[in-house]
Design a protein around this ligand. Structure first.
Ligand SMILES: Nc1ncnc2c1ncn2[C@@H]1O[C@H](COP(=O)(O)OP(=O)(O)OP(=O)(O)O)[C@@H](O)[C@H]1O
Ligand SMILES: [Mg+2]
Length: 230
């Protein structure tokens, strides 16, 4: 968030507490509350402000209405008191067949240079899903094909470039802080086509991506082989 270029890609984020919830709900009509340490889409809460008096709270595949002055208490009741949580500006994710999706970009550093080797779109199982994790029923799709068929009129080649440029920048920035050789980035594309950086995984799960794009998967395997020294 401190990087002058990258900060434009990171949703407004803060530690979760009453004051940050109030500030965020003033600024955005939708916010996410997430465990500090991710758990494959578990424990995530979405709050959508309907109007000054009423909000909608979604958690664990259920959605309920809540009066605005009760939102903090209701969330506290759901959260694990032993854990730390962040609150984040909600991104209005673009949809494919009315279901939200985000993008997985896998980057590897085989010969001292970062390369984006795998890309896929993770499409949520339902229109109402609040997360797009494979562990929560999302399915991988071929990103190139999907971008041409999204419900929005996103320009697919522009979006592809907008996904790759920040991916390389994120890899370089994280690499300057931690010794990394592989990264799996979760990037969101909102309904206007703007790209957002949701999170970075240092042990990305690439299972199942072979059938999504065989050419890219071969690129991934080649990089993996070089990195192993073979
Ligand atoms: N700010 C946000 N706006 C919209 N959707 C979000 C936001 N944050 C998270 N999501 C949705 O929830 C999913 C899971 O969030 P995130 O990747 O931050 O945590 P996680 O997957 O549980 O962590 P980990 O990958 O480390 O297990 C994202 O892939 C995305 O679909
Ligand atoms: Mg994730």
């Amino acid at each position: 968030m401190n990087d002058p270029i990258m900060k434009h890609y990171v949703p407004d984020t803060d530690w979760f507490q009453l004051s940050s919830l109030q500030r965020m709900l003033q600024a955005y009509s939708c916010v996410y509350i997430k465990p500090d340490v991710g758990r494959k889409g578990s424990g995530i809460i979405r709050v959508k402000k309907h109007n000054a008096k009423e909000s909608e709270i979604s958690y664990n595949q259920t959605t309920s209405l809540c009066s605005s002055d009760q939102v903090y208490l209701r969330i506290k009741w759901i959260l694990n008191p032993k854990k730390k949580y962040i609150i984040q500006q909600g991104i209005d994710l673009a949809t494919y067949q009315h279901r939200p999706f985000d993008v997985r970009v896998v980057l590897q550093k085989p010969l001292g240079r970062w390369r984006a080797t795998l890309m896929s779109a993770k499409v949520a199982p339902h229109k109402s899903s609040i997360v797009t994790n494979i562990a929560k029923g999302a399915k991988d799709h071929n990103l190139y094909k999907l971008l041409r068929e999204t419900d929005q009129s996103l320009n697919s080649s522009e979006v592809m470039r907008d996904l790759l440029d920040p991916s390389y920048q994120i890899a370089q920035i994280l690499d300057s802080h931690y010794p990394l050789k592989i990264l799996g980035l979760d990037l969101g594309v909102d309904k206007k086509g703007k790209v957002w950086f949701i999170e970075a995984n240092t042990k990305p799960d690439c299972i199942g991506l072979e059938t999504i794009d065989r050419k890219l998967y071969r690129k991934y395997l080649r990089a993996k082989k070089i990195m192993r020294g073979g």
